[in-house]
Design a protein around this ligand. Structure first.
Ligand code: ZN
Ligand code: ZN
Length: 159
């Protein structure tokens, strides 16, 4: 699927965006920061290179918080309704898209449960996906995980 376009929005509808395939990764993160940022047992995030993402309305209502003690963790949300929204990583190399903010279903399915070692005892999981205590070995590999028959992302790690 070469021209897959997904639309997303916050719960009040002020902020909208679009994201275009190819997708780098899709995973459930069970770390304690994602729990607090989502108020749930885990975050489910889709990753793309910045060229595949754009805001389509309401960008002025997007508020960002960068956790000073973290290497990269950020929480981005709508000023009006508080819904989690996509954010650029501090490196600028990727955009993290909270899958729950999508209005469409990605063709890529979740690939892993990460930070499984930090999961809440009451959390959900057991998706029969590979589980990793923290990041999988392939997470930061220069070659993003994309379907073998899919198009290669444009210079993902060399920007
Ligand atoms: Zn909103
Ligand atoms: Zn996390």
């Amino acid at each position: 699927m070469t021209n897959e376009i997904l639309y997303g929005s916050c719960v009040c509808g002020t902020v909208t965006y679009q994201v275009v395939a190819p997708f780098l990764r899709f995973a459930h993160c069970h770390c304690s920061r994602c729990r607090k940022a989502t108020g749930s047992s885990h975050a489910t995030n889709l990753y793309v290179v910045p060229s595949q993402f754009k805001w389509t309305s309401g960008q002025k209502s997007v508020v960002r918080y960068d956790l000073p003690t973290a290497r990269s963790f950020a929480n981005t949300f709508c000023r009006s309704c508080g819904s989690p929204l996509p954010h650029h990583t501090r490196s600028g190399k990727e955009v993290v898209v909270p899958a729950g903010s999508l209005d469409d279903e990605p063709s890529l399915k979740p690939q892993a449960d990460i930070f499984w070692g930090s999961r809440a005892p009451w959390g959900c999981g057991g998706n029969a996906l590979p589980q990793f205590a923290e990041y999988p070995p392939w997470w930061l590999a220069s070659q993003p995980a994309v379907p073998a028959d899919g198009p290669r992302p444009a210079s993902s790690a060399r920007r």
